[in-house]
Write a protein that binds this ligand. Sequence first.
Ligand code: AMP
Ligand code: ZN
Length: 496
Amino acid sequence: MSTLHIQNTLTRQKEKFEPINPPYVGLYCCGPTVYSDVHLGNTRTFISFDLVYRYLKFLGYKVRYVRNITDAGHLTNEAGEGKNRMEDQAKLEKLEPMEIVQKYTVGFHDVCRIFNISPPTIEPTATGHIVEQIEMAQQLIQNGVAYESNGSVYFDVRAYNEKGYNYGILSGRNIDELIAGYRDLDGQEEKRNAIDFALWKKASPEHIMQWNSPWGKGFPGWHLECSVMSTKYLGKQFDIHAGGMDLKFPHHECEIAQNVGACGEQPVRYWMHTNMLNFNGQKMSKSLGNSILPMQFITGDHPLLDKPYSAMTVRFLFMQSHYSSELDITIKGLQDAEKGLRKLMNAAKYLKELQFDSITVEEKQDKWIRDLCATCKEVMDDDFNAPKLVATLHELATQINIYYNNSKKINNLSDVTYNSLLATYNGFLFDVLGLMEEEQSGDNTALDKAMQLIIDIRKQARDNKDWTTSDKIRDALKEANISIKDGKDGTTYEIN
Ligand code: AMP
Ligand code: ZN
């Protein structure tokens, strides 16, 4: 039985996770709108839910993970007469809208591969589900919570609330205040109330992406696709719906209204929202002009970066803060993440080389390692607390380094604890956190080996009080711009 608890943003409480139909779990995450490259902020959200997906699988659940591609319907201005983002970009780049979709979907998949973000089990597209979206709009009209107006279809928020439902249940917003806020906006004439949102929009002749419908030629509203695709693949009620916090309102609020309006049931048991990635204290977003592309971190090709950082360094940096906290990305944070990641990865390498030779089990040490292993699961069970998991893995890595520097033998643990250490360290580092060994060039591997040899010779010289040899090594390395540091976890080197 799992003891996983999830902070449910619908109930605003941390709740025990009880899937509707165990061992199956349905997980839906709003995917990217493919009209431009995903930036690092988007990547943080997808990495956060990759962690959730990985941990659910690690616990033994059979997860159906649906993450959509928004390739139609996302307007530049949700409240008014916005334009289709794909079409706008197509005009700008002088391409077909579907070439835009293809180009940025491929780019998104490349980012996922490099950052080790698992593919979902289903990746549906909005354009592949036009028929289902029309059907849901028809159902909503039939249920008295939507109406047609001049070739468009709108969701009737007041009628929905008059049926006893609660538009605002997720975001805590009040519809009278919302209506007051909308009053001055243009393009509202077709709606009964300014707060009503589009399920289907009539296409003007210049719109390229348009489809036939019972209301004439048009295209679906953005919110409708997620209601349709989540319930089509996961059922009318499913376990977890995920997305960035900025989607809570209006996108997710509207999704709930559509599903409840169509079926009378709350569609989702646990809503999860990730917090934003900031850069210099501001939400990273294209409109603010402060977005950095994931690939720019890898090439270092950005005026705000001091050097390239690997994809795993960035992923590791993300794991050091809880998904529900804001994360400010800084050069210092990246540098520390680089060092921390190297320590954990090196310890994984050492662990492979260590020999188990339990001569005398030291009870205190044995219990300490056993408890640390248990802590890894406990902290992840507490709403996927990756930063605490990283801290626990650091403690285990320190101990692994001590074994490695002491004759490469584990000689004071019971075999049960030793096996638990192996499974826990590797399982949480690679399978749960999704970190992986980054390809090093042959030269680097050779350099690592040569440096390890030099470090060993220096240690031997110092143990033998052979200061001439140890000083010679130090001076030669200094000349080669390599510094070595003696820490409590052993000796490491750095190229200056
Ligand atoms: P979009 O392509 O704009 O629909 O966004 C894709 C996902 O990225 C959504 O779940 C957004 O909430 C999320 N997102 C957008 N900006 C940020 C940010 N600065 N930090 C974290 N997540 C973000
Ligand atoms: Zn969505």
